[in-house]
Design a protein around this ligand. Sequence first.
Ligand code: ZN
Length: 249
Amino acid sequence: MNDEQLLRYSRHILLPEIGIEGQGKLIGSHALIIGAGGLGSPAALYLTASGVGTLTLCDNDTVDLTNLQRQILHRTASVGTNKVDSAKATLAEINPEVRVNSLKEKVESERLLELVANADVVLDCSDNFATRYALNRACIKLKKPLVSGAAIRFAGQVAVFDFRHEDSPCYHCLYPENSENEDTRCAEMGVFAPLVGIIGSLQAAEALKLLMEAGTTLNGKLLLIDALHSGLRTIKLSRDAKCPVCNSP
Ligand SMILES: [Zn+2]
């Protein structure tokens, strides 16, 4: 680390649980974020400010006026432009040291495997079950830690599935495919602005700890937040012995 980096990251380095070693790990890491919306915004902002060396950000959407109430990566002047380009511009202002790969694509199958393979941690900041299931499968296959987040109305949740551990449950164990899981869209249901900030920031915190191997993560646990009544609880997830996704070879 050069003098400027020592200053920029000094408040992390001061923490004994992080120190020079932990910060060095962040600088040498690569995080993949799927989605540059409500959850991806705070997640990308904190990972960038924290100095994660490389960030790959995928989103196929353009910035809409209705996004600005909560998607804090984007600016009024960015309405109509690609979300990933808008995000890259904001992130470069915060920390030009971070290499940001911005991909305007809806990533599926083989391409997703390629992106996950290159990442040290994966953040699911998407808004639909198809992407969540595909990411879950890719992370299981490649044994990568997955930080999953979701928020709708006033309800939010975060879970970590660290597939580097053999006995980790998976997203499918929690929400089996083909059940009554229908995509609930913010456009129809509404979402409380700071809630996505809380959930996306928690995802960033979990990702940073996974990268630094610091503290205890939410691995195998689901954190639920009720932002309307200020409720917070954590439940332990167990692996479904009959889950066809994480039990298949
Ligand atoms: Zn499973």
